[in-house]
Design a protein around this ligand. Structure first.
Ligand SMILES: [Zn+2]
Length: 365
């Protein structure tokens, strides 16, 4: 769900987000504690209507702060020529979707640092502003609001600086390692540190019955392995172009072909999908999954054109294989038609990519 644009980047909300906004509003409306001599949380504000208005406003502003954190990363990325497709806000924070995370340690350092820096500045600003607000009236709702926002932004900064993937701190650590060793090695070392933190959190969480900490431990542990895998894959695909791995001997089918004939063709050629071409123009793609949606007795009368997927994700022969990989991961499609100057020149499938990865890295994933 898109809610708006900032710096020309679409900002999207994940549905979990709405639940979390309400949860955060509830959580902060039902507690209030002194922290460094100042009231933190809205539980003490009377009447209840005012308390809830502040709490809800707080939850919304907090997520604007999360969006600003992501925009901090995006700003540096954009300045270095990296395209940012969108920013999605999830329940645990935000994710900026960008074309390719640079394998340039200095740039990665600056990019990873920008987000926590924004959170830190926002945090300090809110804490400072809460002072004059408290002078107007001690424990004025506005003072509580600013103080609570300040603390949360500082926590957000600290949490993101944890030296573990997928947090910014993990990227900072990797970038720092990468200035003195090869990138894969740096990723492995950073992932190792992340796993150590995960185990530490896990133990602390178990002993203190802190479920949030256990959740973070799990999240960080998975994050370490994911990052290692993703880096290994993108490095083994380095320098490989789509044209090097695509099948250029493309068999196409016409939209007027019956599903029965398609079924026979698939059986004979052992292909699971075909581009559908009419008068030399690509119309869609038909796969085994499309075929299986139609009951067997109807396959003599239904034509390919009626069941094919018309929404196409296309790629060019000169593009990087890793771009094809990314496109498949983002869209969930398993094969991409390769187009050159409006002409279908090949097809690249997930199997082609897996084979390329295995061949160039010499091991299995
Ligand atoms: Zn961040």
């Amino acid at each position: 769900m898109q809610i708006g644009k900032a710096m020309g980047i679409p900002i999207r909300l994940h549905w979990t987000f709405l639940v979390v906004i309400l949860y955060i509003a509830w959580a902060f409306a039902t507690f209030s504690e002194p922290l460094f001599g100042r009231i933190y949380g809205f539980g003490g504000i009377e009447p209840a209507s005012v308390r809830w208005i502040y709490s809800l406003a707080f939850a919304v502003i907090l997520f604007i702060c999360v969006a600003l954190h992501e925009l901090g990363h995006s700003y540096i990325a954009r300045k270095s020529g990296i395209e940012i497709r969108s920013i999605t806000l999830y329940f645990f924070g935000g994710v900026a979707s960008m074309e390719e995370i640079p394998r340039n340690p200095r740039l990665e350092l600056r990019m990873a640092f920008a987000g926590p820096a924004i959170s830190g500045v926002l945090g300090v600003l809110c804490v400072l502003l809460s002072q004059p607000a408290a002078i107007i009236q001690d424990n004025h709702p506005l003072a509580i609001m600013l103080w609570t926002l300040g603390i949360m932004n500082l926590l957000l900064m600290a949490f993101n600086l944890l030296p573990a993937f997928p947090m910014d701190g993990g990227r900072l650590l990797r970038a720092w390692f990468a200035t003195r060793m090869p990138y894969v090695k740096a990723t492995q070392s950073a992932a190792e540190v992340g796993r150590m933190f995960a185990i530490l959190f896990g133990i602390l969480g178990l002993f203190s019955f802190n479920f949030i900490m256990l959740f973070v431990a799990f999240f960080v542990y998975i994050g370490a392995s994911e990052e290692e895998k993703a880096t290994a894959i993108s490095i083994s695909l380095e320098g490989i172009k789509v044209k090097n791995i695509m099948s250029s001997d493309v068999h196409t089918v016409p939209g007027s072909m019956t599903l029965r004939s398609l079924q026979d063709l698939m059986f004979r050629e052992k292909h699971r999908g075909y581009p559908v071409v009419e008068d030399g123009a690509l119309q869609g793609i038909v796969t085994l999954a499309d075929l299986q949606k139609i009951a067997d007795e109807k396959r003599d009368s239904v034509e390919v054109g009626a069941v094919m997927t018309r929404k196409l994700y296309l790629i060019g022969p000169e593009q990087e294989a890793s771009a094809a990989m990314k496109m498949m991961n983002e869209t969930g499609v398993r094969r991409l038609p390769v187009m050159d100057a409006g002409r279908l020149v090949g097809i690249v499938s997930r199997e082609d990519l897996v084979r390329a990865i295995e061949l160039s890295s010499g091991r299995n994933f």
